[in-house]
Ligand binder design. Structure first.
Ligand code: PHE
Length: 329
C-alpha cells in the first residue's frame, strides 16, 4: 500500500509537470482528485490495510491528498491569472478615439476683439457678480424704487432684494466705490432678463460696460470713442447713427445703431448700445464729487454686435451649442 501511494505521488508529480494549460490541468484533476480519482481509490482501499498499519498508512495517504490538492491549486491559480491578463490585452486593431480640439465660442471671440480695441485706448478690464442686490442693479444707478424705468428690464428676482443682474451697469458702481478717478474701465459679463424668447431676444445675453470718469470728459469724447470703435470693429465705412434716449443713470442719454444688411433680406438699423454722460446723482451715490468730476458710460450688447458682424439672423443659435454652427468660426 505504501508503495502504491509513493507511485501515485510520483506519477502525479510527473503529470503535473506536463500540464501546460487549463484543459490538461482539468484532466489531471479528474484523474487524481475527482470523486473516483486515484487518491479517492487509495482511501477506499484503506479498509483492507491491517489494523496495526492503518494509522501510519492513513497519515501518508493524507499527506498525498494535501500534496496533490495544494500543487493542483497553485498551478490552477497561475493559469487563471494568465487567462485574465491575456483576455484584457489591448486590441490594437480597434480604431482609436479621436480627440476633438475645442475652440473659443464666437461670443468670446467677439468680446476678445472688443477688449483688444479698448485696451489699446487705455481701458482696463473689471468684472462683477451675476447675482446682484437691488441696490447695485437699480438703486445706486438712480432708479427710484417704484420708477417705471425698472420695467425696461424685466427681471429675475431671486428674493426680495437679490436678482440676476439685468445689465452690467452695477459693475460701474462697484468699481467707483473702490477706485477713485481717473477711471477708464471695460466691464464685460452675462446679464439676464425675463424676455419672451425670439430670434431677437433671449433670457441670457452678454454686455460690455464702459466707464470713463475724469475732470475733463465731454460728450464729444464719448461720441468720438464709440465712432472710432464701430469703424475699427466693423470697417471704416459702416453706417451708424445716434438717437436720443433715456437711462436713469445717464444724462443726456443716447443709443447707437449700426446699419445691418443680412444677405438676401431688407437692411435695417440695429441698436448695439446705450450710452450717456454719468448722472451726477450716480457720482454722489459712490462718493465722487460731481462738481469736480464728469464721466461717460456705455453698455454694448455682445450678441447683437456679433450678429451684425457675422450675418447671424437668430440669437438663439448662439446658445444652442450646435457644432455645425460653432465650428464655422
Ligand atoms: N445698462 C443699459 C442697458 O442695459 C445700457 C447703458 C449702459 C446705458 C451705460 C447707458 C450707459 O440697457
Amino acid at each position: 500500500m505504501l508503495k502504491k501511494i509513493g507511485e501515485t505521488r510520483k506519477s502525479f508529480d510527473e503529470d503535473l509537470s506536463k500540464a501546460n494549460d487549463l484543459a490538461s490541468l482539468e484532466e489531471l484533476r479528474i484523474k487524481y482528485l475527482g470523486r473516483k480519482g486515484l487518491v479517492s481509490q487509495l482511501f477506499d482501499s484503506l479498509q483492507d490495510v491491517p489494523k496495526e498499519e492503518k494509522r501510519n498508512v492513513g497519515q501518508v495517504l493524507n499527506e498525498l491528498k494535501l500534496h496533490t490538492q495544494s500543487k493542483f491549486d497553485e498551478l490552477k491559480n497561475k493559469f487563471d491569472k494568465e487567462k485574465v491578463s491575456s483576455e484584457s490585452y489591448i486590441d490594437l486593431t480597434l480604431p482609436g478615439r479621436k480627440r476633438e480640439v475645442g475652440s473659443k465660442h464666437i461670443l468670446i471671440q467677439t468680446l476678445d476683439e472688443i477688449k483688444e480695441i479698448f485696451k489699446g485706448w487705455g481701458f482696463s478690464v473689471y468684472e462683477g457678480p451675476e447675482l446682484e442686490s437691488d441696490y447695485y442693479n437699480f438703486g445706486a444707478l438712480n432708479f427710484p424704487a417704484d420708477h417705471p424705468a425698472r420695467d425696461m428690464q424685466d427681471t429675475f428676482f431671486v428674493s426680495e432684494d437679490f436678482l440676476l443682474r439685468t445689465h452690467t451697469s452695477p459693475v460701474q458702481i462697484r468699481l467707483m466705490e473702490q477706485k477713485k478717478p481717473p477711471i477708464r474701465a471695460l466691464m464685460p459679463g452675462k446679464v439676464f432678463r425675463n424676455e419672451a424668447i425670439s430670434a431677437k431676444s433671449y433670457c441670457l445675453f452678454h454686455q460690455v460696460e464702459g466707464l470713463v470718469v475724469d475732470t475733463d470728459i465731454t460728450f464729444a469724447e464719448l461720441k468720438g470713442t464709440l465712432v472710432a470703435f464701430v469703424k475699427q470693429f466693423y470697417g471704416k465705412d459702416v453706417p451708424y447713427r445716434f438717437r436720443a434716449s433715456f437711462f436713469p443713470f445717464t444724462e443726456p442719454s443716447a443709443e447707437m445703431d449700426v446699419w445691418w444688411q443680412p444677405k438676401g433680406k431688407e437692411g435695417r438699423w440695429l441698436e448695439i448700445l446705450g450710452c450717456g454722460m454719468v448722472d451726477p446723482n450716480v457720482l454722489t451715490n459712490v462718493g465722487i464729487d460731481p462738481e469736480k468730476y464728469v464721466g461717460y458710460a456705455f453698455g454694448m450688447g455682445i450678441e447683437r454686435t456679433a450678429m451684425r458682424k457675422y450675418g447671424i439672423d437668430d440669437i438663439r443659435i448662439l446658445f444652442d451649442n450646435d457644432k455645425r454652427f460653432l465650428t464655422q468660426f
